[in-house]
Write a protein of this length. Structure first.
Length: 221
């Protein structure tokens, strides 16, 4: 027979899950501005006192949801794996896979689309903080690729910035307006396939053009 402590713990975890799920549902339905303690509690079907008991306050609950759902924040626990990026071939594979997954993840996650839009269009201290954390994670990853481009004319951090931000814009444009960019419709599987394929091509291009400035100057002379 299950102990009372185990039942209590299980009920607590189930309630926390309901509250976190409610946050996501409200974001999808009404956006970030639609969040509030009463609305979250009503959506979850629980007493709002439990939000304060389990999370401290509504902001911590919302922050917990974002920390769990954000793609880049989810990589924080895997930073140790980035130590495996020792060779250019390994780096190409890892970085390509990370960005391809970012594109697929962001396309499928409507709540995250609404949150990124909020981040871009409002002055939310919470969203600004999340953005900074995301940036630190990206920097932790790129410090392992920096040696591959030392003295090279390719700025891989700039390449990565264009890819990451381009993914966000492509998805938001397609999801919010149903529009195409350069004739590519990523709402169609064939369009998404072209984007993921091209992400990999760009990473490969960057690594294939890591001729050092000194060597290039020598060849020119």
């Amino acid at each position: 027979m299950e102990s009372k402590d185990n039942v209590k713990h299980r009920n607590k975890e189930q309630t926390k899950r309901k509250l976190l799920q409610a946050v996501g549902e409200i974001i999808i339905e009404k956006g970030y501005s639609g969040l509030g303690v009463n609305k979250i509690a009503n959506k979850a079907g629980v007493d709002k006192k439990l939000i304060y008991r389990y999370f401290g306050d509504g902001n911590i609950l919302i922050e917990t949801y974002i920390l769990e759902k954000d793609y880049w924040l989810g990589l924080a626990d895997k930073l140790q794996e980035f130590n495996n990026i020792e060779t250019p071939d390994k780096a190409k594979e890892i970085i390509s896979a990370i960005l391809e997954r970012q594109f697929t993840f962001f396309y499928d996650e409507e709540a995250m689309q609404k949150l990124i839009l909020e981040e871009l269009t409002s002055k939310s201290s919470m969203m600004a903080s999340i953005c900074n954390i995301r940036g630190n994670i990206g920097a932790s990853l790129l410090k392992h690729t920096d040696p591959h481009f030392k003295d090279s004319e390719v700025n891989f951090r700039a390449v990565s910035a264009l890819l990451v931000s381009g993914i966000y814009y492509l998805v938001l444009q397609a999801k919010l307006n149903g529009g195409t960019i350069c004739g590519i419709d990523i709402n169609a599987p064939s369009g998404r396939q072209e984007i993921t394929k091209t992400i990999r091509h760009i990473i490969e291009w960057a690594y294939e053009n890591t001729v050092s400035k000194n060597k290039k100057n020598t060849k020119g002379n």
